[in-house]
Write a protein that binds this ligand. Structure first.
Ligand SMILES: [Zn+2]
Ligand SMILES: [Zn+2]
Length: 81
């Protein structure tokens, strides 16, 4: 009785979100860089020596993905992996 799966969420759509995430980071545009000057992290609002070389905003390495990736995309990536 099990036919082809036809749901609203296809594997292709999930791969699409993950692929988008990898493209963002593989592009080399958004990268954390350690600087000599402390800034206020845009994600957690505490001081950080790191900032994104593309956005020019202070971020901790652990705050880098939460800042750049929307919450719903993160959930899909975590679900897939
Ligand atoms: Zn950035
Ligand atoms: Zn932070």
């Amino acid at each position: 009785m099990l036919g082809p799966v036809a749901g609203p969420l296809t594997p292709g759509e999930k791969l699409g979100a993950a692929a988008l995430l990898h493209v963002r980071y593989d592009s080399g545009r958004h990268l954390p860089q350690k600087t000599a000057i402390k800034g206020i992290c845009k994600e957690c609002k505490t001081r950080s020596f790191y900032r994104c070389i593309f956005c020019k905003v202070a971020l901790h390495p652990e705050c880098f993905i939460p800042f750049h990736v929307p919450e719903e995309e993160r959930a899909e990536v975590e679900d897939m992996e």
